[in-house]
Design a protein. Structure first.
Lengths: 243, 272, 243, 272, 272, 243
């Protein structure tokens, strides 16, 4: 990221970002739980211009059998972008980037899911990015937590996702696509607000130790905000206001 | 699998008995498709898009448009490619990995319906002959699977292409350069619409659900255009059709298709 | 097909087609049954310039076991073009077109094969196109029926294949390569003459409802002609004229 | 597999006893290949073709010729690629899917026999240096498998290339354009012919059948050219050869090969 | 698998008890990496190379440099690609075939550490803007696996690139031509160094062995540059970190990384 | 090879080759056994500019089970080049050349390995070419024999590898990269010196029958020289001079 070009003003003299936000403000996040008929649990999330559909199947049998575990359930995750989700049409086969993000999200969800409650079986989490913007892995993780809860999978906490970063020498919350491309650093975070644990953390770009600390601080704030929206989505599904 | 077959047999018997009384499981007429809802523009960053709900089957189609180098023998026409995939969220049996034959067939039938109808006047999509042409990619993503994906993908593709905006390009130094913010309408000549019919016993049922699909004897997908002509067709399943049945199916397809076509047209008006 | 170019005269003023045929005339079809040593059944068919070798193996065990069915036999079909079979050398890996045609032919043969007679097992039908011309799927289907009968697989009927179509505004029988490229419609048909059922039907191109009816009518005629040649091939194999 | 091995052992014992009496199962001499029939021109649309029957083994080879852009370091030569595949019709054990190591070896040995012999004068196959050269693709399809595919593919390739017609091309605007109806003869310099020998016990058998193949200890394929030189070689199987055996095999290959070469020459004369 | 788990549980209990006494199985301090040996130039034909031994983990990195056509939007920069694979000689569980997710992650984290640090000034690696640039490929081959491949590949890549020689090219007729025997130094701006830490219970351990790796709760790999800044990071494993732990890990990474960086610098001096 | 270009002098007027060797001289060969920690047996070989690491695992269980044999052990071999081993960076996926060489080496080792001693199991031999020069298959085979012995696999003999060939009309021993590219023939040989059997033999290029005989003669000489170095490597490992 160090040497990326920038022709756009990422932060103006009033501290306003290219999409009109303040440095510590997230994009608009909306989540709806239970949007698919066939899946055991599901969620649709819009996180800025990200539009992601998550479906959860399971707990269900594992084939081949020897991939299952008699002591614990297993979590399988697939983060996938449909061909029209990005600027230049994407090949539908999973890229190495998608394989890595799937693994990172899986390891971000595992601490939250009570896998021991469903030994011998698997829970599949499929995240389909219909339209991508900066921060799609945080958005997918956020949606996946809600879909898992919607499926009734026993969980210790929800995982909320939000990136921090650095652009125009300022520490910013919830990096969008332009800031990711032209900015200085992107630090996606996954956080369990009740357990106060960070379960997803990556970094692209250069940060001083001090900036790194600030990013984590502001990122946790963002996750806490996202967490409220997650809870609301589940409430709307299970206790609709009509009741 | 044997157990599965027994259940399928019982289900088939039950469905057949209902059909003999003139009834379908969900109460529809034999020639009545399920409720169809089309929303266009659901993927604003794509040049065209549509979400189709056909009963509980749901498909999202997105259109991406970019300049392409044409093949040597088709330098006077644009390129058009339609694909389809069943996302693993769509059904517990949907698989990730390389597409199975049924998905290959779905994609090719979807593509053929659009292509063979001549829906787009491809001659209008040339930037510079033999050098650069407009490429139109329409990808269908099945998000919920309750049967009859052929028709859902047909409607999603037609609606997404019908409502797309083609970015303007100018050739500069032999290379196509996008003119930001300028668009043209796609050169639509006709609106192809497929209608799929299941044969169960001697009954022909329009728009079968996944339940009807699982026990049908044979199926046929017939695509018609705005003029009421037949433009593409695909028979499937482990039985055959009589000559009379095939004529009846074509007539049904044209009749039902004309109503569907109106819904597609409406979706564009509503979207704009 | 609507917009395909044509520089050749597909139909002259006397109603004669580019290869000298009348509109309702098939190309020359020759079939020989039992041409391979190892296969359980086989056939070699020349259908115009199509040259296709079909081998049938089975009924035989299915691996892996769980792909078999205790109630019925299964039919597996592969339509495949060798690299030198077409104008421009073909990659030997199966194309999406070959995968689709394999499926369509399988579903055209299934109504004719008494699968329940060999539960738990599979019959494999391999169709190898050595030289391709228009109508290769109909030719392959025709040859496959003969090879299945040659293998002694119990059948209700043979399936005969022949395309109808439209070129130079006329309805024609048995579309050749030039007519397929430059014509207006191609409607391949697979037909069981005794059971009077159409088991393969596809369409590329534009037809009015009336033309569609005519195509099916003329196509069934063509299939009936092909059927006679199929029966002759089996007769020559099992009751050679020397007897 | 254990059962298979026991049967193989019994078969091997039986074959070895016969060999000790100087006999092969099918009555041939040790240095006698099976009946060889070659028909050329069986695929008229290909630029060259041959069907080879070697006993009950059958191969069809087809030659396709088209202009190619040369690799950066070989712009002064034409391109030549031979391949081989075992079609699933050829044998109950033949597999579809990516080629197994034995098929990769078959294809590479077939290719090497043609290529390393210098059968074609590749310098004569240049349309414009570094821009465009003639590409010759010779694909072997095994249609019936009764052992010794190496030799059957060698004969089919040599016969098909030997009898092919090279379309004439002219460079126009830096692009090769085909002159319809004009052909030239291929620039043949020599006719490579492989002879494969199985070692069973201490016996060396020319042209093993599939039965002999299944129980042999080792094998060797030696290709010789029209001058009686050795031009390619491949040892296989789970045993070794002594120095003396290898010399004997080379001599056998040259001797048997010269007879095969005549049959290949005759096939061209008969075909024309 | 259940048996494996029981052994893992026992091992974990034992390791945890040792940790509570302030001890690691191999006697190291919590913040102490294993013995690190770096030899550069081990693959003389490659433009750069390094063999790294980190305890019993061993990696060989090789750098190949060749001119490349740049992507349309990055015509003013050279290309840099780092990969990693675990050779099957490295461990009984290593697999051949397409890379599993853990190997994909290893390769991408290795690449990101080099790339995001801006280790090379890519603007200096342009032969002709938009036409031809220098491509640098650094491939890591893991030859022995005793845990913490992330750091071993990081050190091997940094050492190999730091000590590579860039061949000189001149543009002639719009094509890059190599000037034999002339080389330039790579445009190094900083030396990125990753430090991986395992979390076991509440303990943070630098450079875990394969035994510690197998029972750890979570891990984090933090890459720092010559200025002591954080330039890349990857959390893994089935647990999370507290905010305080993450800050401690970053500090540890910078501290330990500066010592490692000296060893990398020394390896170049010793190699020249 | 017939028509390969040559700009370099492969053999000067004094019979000295381009790398300073005489016609019947091998390049420098060094072998070290037991170089890897995890492998059951291993060897590192430098053969001219070839640098190859070989690791052996087994005898070990075979998955899936049906690939094993109750009567005999099986040998599996993989010859593989790492991306930086050759002039132009190589794709890491195995090429058809690597698949063929793996098979040829397997069949060269099988006569030496007493497979019946470990029924139901497999021995895996992985050869990793870190730097390639002419004759890498002979070098890999030579190293593999040492690694198998290092792993304690029961063997009848070691297999030593060395190529013979023809360049500048002379018969030469141990063909290097330049001689392979610009020479007239390359005849790689694998030989069991005690059992006096040739277990690997291939040929690219043109040889008269007489030259062929000379090549085999000189090649066996080369293998005998390599064999001494193999034995030395095992001696150094199992009976280090310090004892």
């Amino acid at each position: 990221m160090g040497g990326r070009d920038t022709n756009i003003v990422l932060l103006d003299e009033n501290g306003i970002r290219c999409d009109g936000r303040k440095v510590n403000e997230t994009r608009k996040v909306t989540i709806k739980a239970g949007v698919l008929k066939n899946a055991n649990g599901s969620a649709y999330i819009e996180f800025g211009d990200n539009k992601i559909l998550v479906g959860v199947y399971g707990p269900r049998d594992v084939h081949p059998k020897h991939m299952s575990d008699t002591d614990t359930g297993i979590l399988r995750c697939r983060y996938h972008m449909v061909p029209f989700s990005v600027e230049e049409r994407k090949n539908p086969a999973p890229s190495r980037r998608e394989i890595e993000i799937s693994k990172v999200i899986k390891e971000a969800l595992e601490p939250a899911v009570m896998l021991k409650e469903f030994p011998r079986t698997a829970v599949d989490v499929y995240m389909e990015v219909l339209q991508a913007d900066g921060g799609s892995r945080c958005a997918a993780l956020t949606g996946a937590s809600v879909a898992l809860a919607d499926a009734g999978i026993p969980m210790r906490d929800l995982v909320a996702g939000c990136a921090a970063g650095k652009a125009a020498d300022a520490i910013i919350l919830d990096v969008n696509n332009e800031e990711d491309q032209a900015g200085q650093a992107d630090l996606p975070i996954g956080y369990m607000p009740n357990l106060k644990k960070i379960t997803l953390l990556q970094l692209d770009g250069v940060l001083t130790l001090e900036e790194y600390k600030q990013c984590i601080e502001i990122g946790i704030d963002g996750c806490n905000q996202v967490y409220e929206i997650q809870k609301k989505a589940l409430q709307d599904k299970f206790f609709p206001s009509g009741e | 699998m044997s157990d599965g077959l027994i259940i399928d047999q019982l289900k088939k018997t039950q469905i057949l008995e209902l059909l003999q009384d003139g009834k379908r499981v969900d109460g529809r007429q034999f020639d009545e498709p399920r409720q169809l809802t089309i929303d266009i523009g659901v993927i604003p960053k794509a040049e065209g898009s549509a979400r189709v709900r056909l009963g509980d089957t749901e498909v999202v189609a997105g259109v991406k448009i970019q300049p392409e180098r044409p093949f040597p023998d088709t330098g006077d026409k644009g390129m058009l490619i339609c694909t389809a995939e069943i996302l693993p969220i769509a059904h517990p049996t949907a698989e990730t990995g390389p597409p199975q034959p049924d998905v290959v067939e779905l994609a090719r039938v979807t593509d053929r319906g659009i292509r063979e109808s001549g829906m787009l006047d491809m001659k209008q999509l040339v930037l510079e002959k033999d050098k650069s042409v407009i490429g139109i990619f329409c990808d269908n993503a099945v998000t919920d699977h309750d049967g009859n994906l052929f028709d859902a993908c047909s409607y999603a593709s037609t609606a997404a292409i019908n409502s797309c905006k083609i970015p303007k390009y100018e050739m500069q130094d032999e290379k196509p350069v996008k003119i930001e913010g300028e668009f043209t309408e796609p050169p639509i000549t006709t609106l192809p619409v497929s209608v799929t019919m299941a044969k169960i016993g001697d009954f022909i049922l329009v728009d079968p659900t996944i339940e009807e699909w699982s026990i049908m004897d044979a199926r046929i997908t017939i695509t018609s255009n705005s003029d009421g002509n037949v433009v593409a067709l695909q028979k499937g399943g482990s039985d055959g059709f009589t000559q009379e049945e095939l004529i009846k199916c074509a007539e049904l397809s044209i009749k039902v298709g004309s109503k569907i076509r109106e819904i597609i047209k409406q979706s564009k008006l509503r979207g704009n």
